[in-house]
Design a protein around this ligand. Structure first.
Ligand code: URA
Length: 245
């Protein structure tokens, strides 16, 4: 048995807090009866409806994919391009990617049907670190690296402090390899950050997502997360939540 608001959040109806509001306002029925008690416990056989629509109570599942290039981080595409869920034909649950990587970006991408964890991981306030390795045009100097580290203004808003490490520089090819760790998830953030310091990204890979890394996964390969890994992700969110409060 689990608390009703937790079951709703897991099903991706809304965050736990918003689910509580829905319960209090009488939007939720359990086995045909409106329930306004927040502590209500429900089991697998109980039928939960929100505004008359049954919620989906699939078993939560969690996967880590090494996303290949030229694939959309979505469950469908109006231009009929390949999407990441095409790589999971044998998974029956309706999984979706947690956040997105660009069409041409490779690397660590979580897919799940756990709406609650997904929302928390994506929320910038929970500060989940993501480490990228970027191949950028030109030989990047310390001044630019330091700007990236301190934060730069993109679309009128400064990026949060980042961790930056120059991995290598190739004078002949005129490119640099830079590792960048950020916790925000603004649209095309890494590419825009490098562009802002005059070093457009040629190739981008996400090496880590929170506590997860790509070890053992080639592009296009995925594996199910172990329960300790799911707990580590939850702990990261909880830990960061405490630091904020
Ligand atoms: N930042 C980007 O610019 N692209 C990605 O795919 C991810 C982060």
């Amino acid at each position: 048995m689990e608390r009703l608001q937790k079951v709703m959040a897991h099903a991706g109806v809304a965050s736990r807090r918003k689910s509580e509001e829905l319960i209090l306002k009488g939007h939720v029925k359990v086995n045909g009866k409106v329930v306004t008690e927040l502590g209500t416990q429900v089991g697998n056989s109980d039928k939960v409806e929100v505004d008359g629509i049954p919620i989906d109570r699939e078993e939560p599942v969690y996967f880590l994919l090494n996303k290949p290039r030229n694939m959309i981080s979505a469950v469908s595409d109006d231009k009929d391009r390949q999407v990441v869920t095409d790589l999971f034909p044998q998974v029956e649950q309706r999984i979706y990617p947690v956040g997105r990587l660009d069409y041409d970006t490779t690397g660590a991408l979580i897919l799940t049907n756990d709406g609650e964890l997904s929302q928390m991981l994506m929320h910038p306030k929970f500060h989940i670190d993501k480490t990228y390795v970027a191949k950028v045009e030109g030989l990047i100097n310390n001044r630019s690296l330091s700007k990236l580290e301190k934060g730069i203004v993109i679309e009128g808003r400064k990026t949060a402090p980042a961790k930056v490490k120059l991995l290598s520089a190739d004078k002949i090819k005129n490119v640099s390899m830079v590792e960048l760790t950020i916790h925000e998830g603004r649209n095309q953030q890494v590419k825009n950050m490098f562009k802002a310091v005059g070093h457009p990204v040629q190739k981008l890979k996400r090496e880590t997502y929170g506590t997860l890394n790509l070890s053992g996964l080639r592009p296009g390969e995925w594996r199910e997360l172990k329960s300790f890994e799911i707990n580590q992700l939850r702990n990261l969110v909880e830990q960061n939540k405490k630091e904020i409060n």
